[in-house]
Design a protein around this ligand. Sequence first.
Ligand code: ATP
Ligand code: MG
Length: 386
Amino acid sequence: MKEVILIRYGEIFLKGKNYSFFENTLFKNIKRRLKEINLKLEKISGRFLISEFCEHDKEIIISKLKTVFGIVSISLAYEVETSLENISNICKIININKPTFKVETKRADKSFNLKSYELSAKMGELILKNNPNSKVDVHSPEQIIYIEVRQNFRTYIYYDKILCLGGMPVSTSGKAMLLLSGGIDSSVAGFLMAKRGLSLNAIHFYSFPYTSPQAKQKVIDLANIIKKYTGDIRLFIVPFTRIQEEIHKNCDSEYMITLVRRFMMQIAEKVAIQNNCSALITGENLAQVASQTVESITVTNQMSKILPIFRPLISFDKIEISNIAEKIGTYETSILPYEDCCSVFLPENPVTHPKIEKIIKNESLLDIEELINDAIKNIEIINIKN
Ligand code: ATP
Ligand code: MG
């Protein structure tokens, strides 16, 4: 008998011809995530299996698997060479601490001489003998003991399924550029899109000396937190001071944020395309602030000419976003009080219903192309690696 970890993946079954691409990518992602731990990872039909690990690494392996998108659930299981005696020996040591249970058998190896329901009944009896306080309930048991008799003469017995993140393996949907601020929303947005199989680059706009070095460090820290889910992130830090000063000096103050956000979107799209990203991601959320009304989103949306903009949080309440931030570990960092560049030269009354004619008039006062090229030329790149 040995202890192993069974890994289940769900949705990637649906992908027909591309099945092996999704399966192989998930396998590689898991391997990379566990690379510092001594263990054996293998494919067994429709599952992965981890074995040959030290008892004291078990918890850390499980906690790492819980960060890998594409895994639906895992189980700690006993593995035995298939025989009635070996299976019985495991069932004899099972402790049930729920009032009801049942045994569920899957028999892929049809050469095993008991049918599924016969093995379930036999093992149920055995378990009941050692757990007289529990009862068998085949309709709605509180505990299920699973027995899987596989074709390779191995049988797995387990009784707990640990739910994992689900989603698609990172990078099976390609790569996208996340507009990453120090706030609560954008790192959650990146997490959610990585869940659908995107790997991430990130871009951050900062306005030194109006924003402090801590504000920039906060963004680096956030990228370092989400990388355990998203994999490595290439972070582009864009100096934004000159653009903000130029807008402040030349344009209507109530249009400050609108113009700033249009610049951000243009630069983000350019850098994204240069780096083979096929979409942009923001943490925008309808009606949260002046720059997130339908009209404001419309006039920033227009600035990404080719790439789609994904806004996974568009309909979320702040409390829902904060709950996810807490779960993934970004919340405490996000609420540190360092100013974002959006708060530099913040007007008292930012427009909530910007007019395109006014925007065009304001933008005609700026040398947009020169400002954008200058900002891109001075980008600093930080590789956030696992
Ligand atoms: P967050 O909590 O993500 O900062 P927010 O509620 O503060 O969001 P905004 O400041 O309007 O909202 O920003 C909306 C989105 O624009 C952010 O979620 C992020 O994707 C992007 N963004 C804002 N500021 C920056 C920045 N300095 N650098 C990169 N992207 C930014
Ligand atoms: Mg923000």
